[in-house]
Design a protein around this ligand. Structure first.
Ligand code: DGP
Length: 117
């Protein structure tokens, strides 16, 4: 499993840093964001280190679908009727942690929520 030693999300995957985990399987981990923008704010990540969506290959499409499936499941388990799934890509896209992650945000009306970043 590819990992990067100074990547905070790799450290969470490897249990070197604590996190409030809500879902885990062989290839995916989901945990609560440390700075939630809404009552529900969960990050869904591949366990393997991938910098961002832009660094994925067509061979990662199964994984990308699975990440979205976990986002859907997290939303269902939190009874979210409306929610947002977003991923920031690169510095100009507002990405701070360079390990691919989907934000799953909900639990309040999001119309006034600023863009992530
Ligand atoms: P982004 O800007 O898309 O790269 O968002 C990174 C998110 O990661 C941001 O909402 C805060 C969250 N985050 C950063 N460090 C940690 C951490 O150590 N633990 C948890 N649970 N979340 C973190």
């Amino acid at each position: 499993m590819k990992r990067v030693s100074d990547c905070v999300f790799c450290k969470i995957v490897n249990k070197e840093l604590p996190a409030d985990v809500v879902y885990e399987d062989e290839q995916i981990l989901a945990f609560r964001d440390i700075k939630p923008l809404a009552p529900v704010h969960v990050l869904v990540i591949p366990k393997r280190h991938i910098e961002s969506l832009q660094a994925t290959q067509p061979s990662d499409d199964q994984l990308l679908g699975a990440l979205l499936g976990v986002a859907r499941q997290v939303a269902k388990e939190h009874n979210l009727t409306g929610y947002r799934v977003a991923t920031n890509i690169g510095k100009d896209g507002g990405q701070v942690v360079n390990h691919l992650h989907l934000h799953v945000i909900g639990g309040k009306p999001l119309s006034d929520l600023p863009a992530l970043g």
